[in-house]
Design a protein around this ligand. Sequence first.
Ligand code: A3P
Length: 345
Amino acid sequence: MLFKQQALLRQKLFVLGSLAIGSVLYLVARVGTLDRLQPICPVDSRLPAPEPEQIPLRTLQFKRGLLHEIRKGNATKEQIRLHNLVQQLPQAIIIGVRKGGTRALLEMLNLHPAVVKASQEIHFFDNDQNYARGIDWYRGKMPFSFPHQITIEKSPAYFITEEVPERIFKMNSSIKLLIIVREPTTRAVSDYTQVLEGKERKNKTYHKFEKLVIDTNTCEVNTKYKAVRTSIYTKHLERWLKYFPVEQFHIVDGDRLITDPLPELQLVERFLNLPSRISQYNLYFNATRGFYCLRFNIVFNKCLAGSKGRTHPEVDPSVVTKLQKFFHPFNQKFYQITGRTFNWP
Ligand code: A3P
């Protein structure tokens, strides 16, 4: 009897032991796979990572916790009063450029503990109906924040809409303005791709990119096509400069924000007079998405929606060259005005 019980016990121990060894082997294999799945990082990020500067977890938890509850409408008036929470007009606005990486920039800046973002594009200054609702309506669209935080909103249509500079100037003549740009031809293709996807979703047919950007009568670039006009950055900027001095603008390199976001974000932190708080810890490359994603803390991270980072259609190389030649003089002027030079063709 005793012998039988001992044999049974040994059998149980054997099964448990096997399970434990199996689990350890699985975990080792899994970690190995994850290692192999590491992104093909840009060369810079393959260098030993600098000591990550951690955002103080308490501030972040507080920010994510309470402010998140407020956004969901779950916080009480008492909590809002207790913590001195306010809805502030933006101290900085990402005014454009559409398809430049405006969403990525806003989300990445929101990693900073002193920044809160207006989640939706508000379109206050470019939409006459919204503008007529008045500044209190606009303020009411802003998220709650602690008084020491700054609020940022983004509406890329602001950059190209005639009336917007004057309207923003009337609200706050010393506001900081962020413009994120990409190589103009790539931006135009990205713009086209977004519209094309919208048409396809509605089962509508659409012209090829080449047909839209080239005027068939003259064989020249079609400057009436919106995707082309939006990429003439200097033309739009010059309108803004009638109201704001150039020092109030900061130009973000949208192509670099894709491949190596941290240095671009650090430049923005400096422009906004914020202490440097966003670190490499907050950004990780996701090989499946092909983009950097955001890490807020040990449990919370996120990538941008799938509508960011679409596959672009192949474009006839001769059309690409024609567009690049067309944009070239405008780009030169843009570099000259802004003091920021890009390696655009
Ligand atoms: P594509 O879809 O052409 O690749 P916007 O937010 O102004 O509409 O810009 C969209 C662009 O942001 C995308 O253009 C994508 O390339 C770029 N982008 C930059 N950083 C990104 C990121 N971390 N995740 C996804 N898209 C990013």
